[in-house]
Design a protein around this ligand. Sequence first.
Ligand code: ADE
Length: 244
Amino acid sequence: MKFYVLTLFPEMIEQGLGASILGRAQERGAIAVRTVNIRDFSENKHGHVDDYPYGGGAGMVMQPGPVYRACEAVEAEIGHKARVLYMTPQGRVFDQKLAGELAQEEELIFLCGHYEGIDERVLEQKVTDSVSLGDYVLTGGELPAMVMIDCISRLIPGVLSNEQSAEVESFYDNLLEYPQYTRPEEFMGLRVPEVLLSGHHANIEKWRREQSIRRTLERRPDLLTGARLSEKEEEFLQKLREIT
Ligand code: ADE
């Protein structure tokens, strides 16, 4: 997967994605992150890329020309149509399902706005998907782009060392993850659940599924409608509901 990020702050993206798991994934070539500085496409002698909003109002608006040219340059490099994702609180709310869909693409172009936003005309021309991280307002699209790239990357083969771990976690199957424990066996008088020390894999698996169901009911009951449960697990959930 190749991620292109159109931004006025390429160093934010490079630093944010250059360390840890995604840094190593880039070194191995499992993913590539290419930043494109929108300012490089300014035709203004001062390198300005923003101006006052027509009609008045607070803040500055990013001009359409530099964004359009930056996008064209990336599209020319890719050589075929690619999805252009605009980070905005007005977009479809990002979730694991959308991450899975986007992970199927060969390339993705992220467009990060700043100030009061980007001139609507270039958005109409270039953006295929408007995506929001949630119902709150951030100062720019860089953090949302990094969050999305992180989430999509972990679904790409070769990014996580243990391929399984992308599946067993929260939201796989619409269930939250079960609790984890490591050494010591006792911490401040609290013991690790005995079943985890038993070495009995079937019992451990059953306990973990039940913990996932219990947690999801307690913390995110809205997710349960989309969860796939066995008949036994449905019965377990029913019992939990009766006692709570
Ligand atoms: N830009 C500013 N706020 C945002 C949000 N919540 N999601 C995506 N992009 C944004």
